[in-house]
Design a protein around this ligand. Structure first.
Ligand code: 0GY
Length: 294
């Protein structure tokens, strides 16, 4: 792993907040083990191993029922570690993969069978080389026929440029980490308000109210991120998801305690009915619709 890599918390606290039954950790990753699933040659970072068994142990320790595992850029478009985790999860995990445009129909069909429900398009420059929008659109058309959706990761400063692209996507679109606002500017700043407007104008756009540890400038207990997450949860309760982001790639300032992150949830969603919507109903509707009452 990289010399400055921070390894995930070895012994997270048991959360004080009791998660509702059936709660979903809707954003987490698996890394390696690299001896079995080597990292991609074009990767921008080399993490520690963080394997499926460690993820499932964390799920149980924190009190989650299910995971949505998101392909991380260190594995490029080689989704084998993720698919291996889905195979071992006994139906309790869904996947978000990264794809090349030439992916075959057979591969898409096989991935669907194994629990993949979305493709991730990454625009964060420190993580990936740029992909032309028309390639992403081609992929989006193809995956839409399998009932998948699109997950996007970008920085707030890129939203203006990306908005027309996002608006033209044919599926639900889930934006990682609240569109990565610069929290020092405040939730009233035009940059974050631009993101709120995007969600107002497009009912197919969802967001993950995740990563206070990544967005915070003040550090734990992440008070400076609260207004952003609270705004999105209260304005769009039906279109928000929550996840740990374990094993927290590329954290430089500190490594969060995952139990403390769970304790952050009632601070952004104080109402138990909304907590249930955020943690159970919304992710189930998107990732396990067949188990969701209509
Ligand atoms: C996250 C955030 C990061 C990394 C990745 O795919 C990735 O490598 O998503 C990051 O460095 O901000 O969602 O895990």
């Amino acid at each position: 792993m990289d010399a400055d890599w921070l390894v995930f918390h070895p012994d997270p606290k048991k959360p004080d907040f009791r998660l509702p039954a059936g709660a979903v950790d809707a954003h987490c990753h698996v890394f390696g083990p690299h001896t079995r699933f080597p990292f991609a040659p074009q990767r921008k970072y080399t993490p520690c191993d963080a394997d499926k068994n460690q993820l499932f142990a964390l799920r149980d320790h924190l009190g989650f029922a299910r995971n949505v595992i998101v392909q991380a850029t260190c594995h490029g478009q080689d989704n084998r570690a993720l698919l291996d985790a889905l195979d071992a999860a006994d139906g309790r995990a869904r996947g978000v993969v990264s794809l090349a445009p030439e992916v075959s129909e057979q591969t898409l069909s096989d991935m669907t069978e194994r629990g993949v429900r979305a493709v991730r398009f990454n625009f964060v420059r420190r993580l990936v080389e740029k992909t032309p929008h028309h390639i992403f659109h081609e992929i989006a058309q193809r995956i839409s026929r399998f009932g998948w959706h699109v997950v996007v990761y970008f920085e707030a400063s890129d939203l203006d440029e990306l908005a027309p692209f996002l608006a033209a996507l044919p599926t639900p679109v889930v934006v990682d980490h609240m569109g990565r606002p610069d929290v020092t500017k405040g939730a009233g700043h035009s940059e974050f308000q631009r993101f709120v407007r995007l969600m107002e104008e497009h009912e197919n756009i969802w967001t993950k109210v995740t990563c206070p540890e990544r967005l915070s400038q003040s550090g734990p207990p992440y008070d400076d991120v609260l207004p952003f997450a609270r705004t999105l949860v209260s304005r769009f309760p039906q279109r928000v998801l929550w996840g740990t982001d374990w094993p927290h790639p590329n954290m430089k300032s500190h490594m969060p305690d995952d139990g403390a992150l769970v304790d952050y949830i009632p601070r952004i969603a104080p109402d138990p009915a909304v907590q249930r919507t955020l943690l159970v109903d919304n992710p189930m509707r998107l990732y396990w619709p067949e188990e969701t009452p209509t």
